[in-house]
Design a protein around this ligand. Structure first.
Ligand code: CP
Length: 320
């Protein structure tokens, strides 16, 4: 595996899940695979889970993880091509990428969408520069449009807890005070479209996800109707993807608190489990009563981030 970005990069999902459960059962079984190998984990943005789970997965495989926080541990990096570098950014990605990748065998990148230039974000301009100029396998640790390590962990969690062969999985938009990227819902939709689930997306008008990720998923604008009979409720906020109106890209179109997932929402489901990638704003995205209830899987879901990362790194090491 040379890159982990799209669901297609993981290949057959059943095989990936089987491998994930092997890794989960015996995480140290491949301890010698990463001996004398280094993974560079490059963060342009904050993280708790991705940072720690990636390091833990690398250590389980015997690798040396190095974390670099761009702009804090390093120079600030210029990401735009052809600019006069007279701002506070001292180094260009064109030099930084080959330097960073010369020190490692695998590289993971976190670089959120800026939410101002849709073409720049949806072109995955930063991640693609690491692929083009880096010559080492690249893992998206949440880039502008995707968060595949999260979606894989979500799928593992659904597989572990499902009570039906083909569960109903509903991804619901929920309100948030800040404009957030679409990477998590994009990847979740992309992965659920490939999984053996009945997948429904619900959000207010204007929040339609890019068709590249939403595919043929059913969209139901009535949140309560969408949640009827759900086995899993996946809550997430995202800003406007700019599909119906490009001028609205990255904007907050609604802060409607009636979309906050609470007991009334969960009551119309089939005793559903609650999922969220975290970090979560309590009583904005989800009520205390739901996230603190036995149906909340947010902690095991976060724990599975080690498993998903380890499968991806394991495959990359095996292909070196
Ligand atoms: N879910 C997730 O990626 O969490 P962090 O932003 O804390 O890494």
């Amino acid at each position: 595996m040379k890159k982990f970005f799209d669901v297609s990069d993981i290949g057959d999902l059943n095989a990936a899940l089987a491998e994930a459960f092997q890794v989960k059962k015996n995480p140290l079984a491949w301890k010698s695979l990463g001996e004398n190998r280094t993974i560079m984990l490059v963060f342009f943005n904050s993280s708790l889970r991705t940072r720690l789970s990636s390091q833990k997965a690398a250590l389980n495989l015997g690798m040396n993880p190095i974390v670099l926080n761009i702009g804090q541990d390093s120079w600030k990096l210029e990401t735009q091509m052809g600019v006069v570098m007279d701002s506070d950014k001292s180094e260009h990605l064109r030099e930084a990428i080959p330097v960073i990748t010369s020190y490692c065998d695998i590289i993971g990148i976190r670089s959120f969408a800026g939410l101002t230039d849709r073409e720049f974000d949806y072109g995955e301009t930063i991640l693609n520069q690491f692929i083009e100029y880096g010559s080492k396998p690249v893992i998206s640790l949440e880039s502008a449009t995707v968060h595949p390590c999260q979606a894989f962990a979500d799928l593992i969690t659904i597989e572990e807890y499902k009570r039906k062969a083909r569960p109903k999985v509903v991804m619901t938009w929920a309100p948030h005070p800040k404009a957030l990227p679409q990477a998590v819902p994009n990847s979740f939709a992309q992965w659920m479209n490939r999984a053996d689930v009945d997948f429904v997306i619900t959000h207010p008008h204007g929040y339609e996800l890019d068709p590249k990720f939403a595919g043929n998923a059913k969209v139901e604008y009535d949140q309560f109707k969408a949640l009827e009979g759900a086995d899993f409720v996946y809550a997430k906020n995202w800003s406007c993807p700019g599909v119906t109106n490009p001028a609205d890209y990255g904007k907050i179109l609604s802060k409607d608190m009636s979309w906050t997932v609470d007991d009334a929402h969960m009551a119309v489901t089939d005793n559903a489990y609650f999922l969220h990638c975290l970090p979560v704003r309590r009583n904005m995205i989800v009520s205390d009563s739901v996230i603190d209830s036995p149906s909340s899987l947010v902690i095991p879901e976060a724990a599975n981030r080690v498993v998903s990362a380890q499968v991806v790194m394991k495959r990359m090491l095996e292909a070196l």
